[in-house]
Design a protein around this ligand. Sequence first.
Ligand code: UDP
Length: 309
Amino acid sequence: MKALVTGGAGFLGSHLCDMLLAKGYEVICVDNLITGTEDNLAHIETDKFSFINHNITKPLFLKDRIDFLFHLASPASPIDYQGLPIQTLKVGALGTHNMLGFAMEHDARFLLASTSEIYGDPFVNPQNEEYWGNVNPIGPRGVYDEAKRFAEAITMAYHRYHGLDTRIVRIFNTYGPRMRLNDGRVVPNFIGQALRGEDLTIYGDGSQTRSFCYVSDEIEGIYRLMMSDYSMPVNIGNPEEHTILEFAQLILKLTGSDSKIAFKSLPVDDPKQRRPDITKARNILGWEPKVILENGLEETIKYFKNILF
Ligand code: UDP
């Protein structure tokens, strides 16, 4: 079986490539390396793996027959997508269109990596898949949220109109080794700051919530969804919800750092609460997260320590 992973040099994409190779798939990774890096793939030695440097906003033609297409390519951290707003909209729209066409051509099953951001700043907590969301289309986060909402819409259109076999995973905050130290997200920021003895920067008063899923759990959920026969969106994330202030205190405890906390202004449209309802994932995929937050963070801290020192 052959799988193609767009965004395969990124944080989640590279872990997905590892898992697919371990399961015996031949894997083709497509990435233009604007936020991903070949360092994430440097450990792969098998000739069952190949890398193509390509920007999928341009069509991709391959002779190899592909069975499964995992479409993960996109800038994904708020700093990345706000710094690359046009590229983010283009990869969500043109890139997804091109990859759907590619899947049609190859008769491949197609999985779209969507996001909890499609729920925006939600009025409903936890968020289930039936909730339509509360997104500001013209705010700074809108470039990512609307790109992914369009990507979901065109994926469902290909499913309904062309009969393409499609899956949509809504990925909630995920963390683990291979996150970029400078990607601006809360996990690398807090761990990097704690390890360097700098103040931990809490945006706002820290009462906003997030729910953090360890990368191995997330990848297992994505794979199970691809292998299922369910074509409507499914949330994959950890339902354990924490305030950002609690999260900062936990990082200080686990790193043993005596860093202080500094309160900074809250970014525009920063969601106040986020927690996945994973009833569907439990019932349809038999999936739920296994890694507890402290253990996942220990692994992540180890990874960042290696990079920093
Ligand atoms: N955040 C923070 N300090 C930081 C980075 C992020 O307080 O140094 C907050 C951010 O405002 C948000 C939460 O942490 O409320 C998660 O941010 P992240 O960028 O990791 O992901 P998001 O869930 O917002 O996409």
